[in-house]
Design a protein around this ligand. Structure first.
Ligand code: GLN
Length: 225
């Protein structure tokens, strides 16, 4: 029997249409079915989920209003999720710099993260990245950072699934707000994986390069069904 894979994209706010287009461009042996997720019923049919960039506070609020927050928390416990930018914030265990009133999180990846951690004067920048385990890894992936979060700390608990760092900002390309860090500092981490979850602090869906989308479907989702 042919394998079927259904990729959900949380479509409450933010760059979900761009992720949708990227998934449809993939040429894989299994063609993913895409579901734009706005209800618990739509989430229930997904094998994996992408949480787009946008505004993490707004996405969390809309998720609560749609009755999706608890189903999302259950989903991240068992199925693969990829968070990009605001989605990365939602996937983190804890957040620094949340808006007043707090920030609801899904806590799928055991890191702490800072919202808007690059400082307001460096709201947007692009950097070529070397990504571990990516197809054609000698070709850099252009990371588009828009008011991106910064990874502050990785869990050191031996109870947690190990975190694999996939990409760092090269020390010489760090924005002024973070210059002077050495390249083992967690703040230089911009892509990582923990088990079947994937996190990027930048926006792969805003480039025509679909290698991260292919990576998520192939290595995080297809490998688990
Ligand atoms: N700064 C936004 C937030 O806190 C994230 C920005 C983005 O997703 N491009 O949610």
């Amino acid at each position: 029997m042919a394998i079927q894979v259904t990729i959900g994209i949380l479509a409450l706010q933010g760059a979900f249409a761009e992720h949708h287009a990227a998934i449809l461009r993939l040429s894989l042996p299994v063609r993913p079915v895409v579901v734009l997720v706005r209800t618990p019923e739509e989430l229930a049919v997904c094998d994996g989920l992408i949480i787009p960039g946008g505004e993490s506070t707004t996405i969390a609020l809309l998720a609560r209003l749609s009755g999706l927050l608890e189903p999302l928390r259950e989903f991240v416990k068992i199925k693969p999720v990829w968070g990009t930018c605001a989605g990365a914030i939602l996937l983190a265990q804890s957040v620094v710099g949340a808006k007043r009133g707090g920030q609801e999180l899904l806590q799928g990846i055991s890191i702490s993260i800072a919202r808007n951690g690059w400082g307001s004067q460096v709201e947007s920048f692009e950097v070529p990245l070397h990504v571990e385990g990516m197809k054609d890894s000698e070709t850099p992936f252009i990371g588009v950072f828009i008011r991106a979060p910064v990874v502050l700390e990785l869990s050191r608990s031996s109870k947690d699934t190990p975190i694999q760092v996939l990409a760092r900002l090269p020390a010489e390309l760090l924005p002024p707000a973070l210059s002077g860090l050495d390249d083992t500092d967690p703040k230089t981490i911009v892509a990582l994986r923990q088990g079947h979850h994937l996190l990027t602090t930048f926006h792969p869906e805003l480039t025509p390069d679909d290698r991260f989308h292919e990576y998520f479907v192939r290595h995080c989702v297809l490998s688990t069904i």
